[in-house]
Design a protein around this ligand. Sequence first.
Ligand SMILES: NC(=O)c1ccc[n+]([C@@H]2O[C@H](COP(=O)([O-])OP(=O)(O)OC[C@H]3O[C@@H](n4cnc5c(N)ncnc54)[C@H](OP(=O)(O)O)[C@@H]3O)[C@@H](O)[C@H]2O)c1
Length: 285
Amino acid sequence: MLNTNKKNELELIDQPILVLGGTGKTGRRVVERLKAREIPVRVGSRNGEQPFDWEDKSTWVSVLEGVRAVYIAYYPDLALPGASDDISMFAELALKNNVKRLVLLSGRGEDGAIQSEEALKKSNVEWTILRCSWFNQNFSENFLVDQVNDGTIALPVGKVTEPFIDVEDIADVAVKVLTEDGHVGELYELTGPRLMTFKEATEEIAKVTGRDIGYVELNIEEFKAGLKEAKTPSPLVELLIELFTTVLDGRNSEVKNGVQRALGRKPRDFREYVQETVVSGVWNK
Ligand SMILES: NC(=O)c1ccc[n+]([C@@H]2O[C@H](COP(=O)([O-])OP(=O)(O)OC[C@H]3O[C@@H](n4cnc5c(N)ncnc54)[C@H](OP(=O)(O)O)[C@@H]3O)[C@@H](O)[C@H]2O)c1
């Protein structure tokens, strides 16, 4: 017969891990990894298998039912007003529903993200924070993919360097801290291994694709005008302006050892990401 502790452990193993933003850049990869390990997983998003909407709190309770741990990729960004209140309320609800562990995807250099991290820390759940730099995959799975395909990346950032991180590394860390002990109360700053300017990143993509892709540094007014012309929704415009004027002012121009500390290996280099992405065909359009 099983002793009670053993039985609890097994019951916990049968409970799903909820992945919020589970169809997005990091969440999708976390889901794939958990499924590959036959760990029960629930995808929480507006169009996921379990409807969940940050803007509709009535969807927050049912998604937590029977869940043992949650990976939180907040949308659109923790830097936006109200995000830390959402994280605080969600953590409280998770605790009430006996969720053991919350893992928060956060961003570097954003005041709003720090407030959300603090809100999570104040809750009484087991927490781990993944504070990440700019994703490599913004060039292939986000707003920059069209610019790459059009042959010009135009952004209001010049000499400032960024240690771009691969979301494959973030997903590896997320799965580890969701499923293993020893990471509770840890804040991992996850960056890539190399500081690069946006121009250098563009040159690397151009070199590997063999295409003529240029980088143009815009001033902020030109950038705003471009967003207006593209009919970008206003919360996204504000977010992008905040990112390019405040966050990309050099404060994040430092490589951190979070990937090494969490996984015991080096982070993937931008070049490896570019070589794999070329093969996927996403830059052939
Ligand atoms: N991109 C970066 O470089 C970067 C860097 C550091 C930190 N971060 C953080 O990463 C987080 C995610 O950003 P991301 O750009 O990578 O996005 P993402 O995870 O790719 O976002 C898309 C996901 O969010 C879901 N979603 C969209 N609207 C939602 C809503 N109202 N309620 C619930 N789910 C919703 C989408 O599914 P449905 O459409 O089905 O809802 C999808 O699963 C943000 O909090 C950001 O601060 C991003």
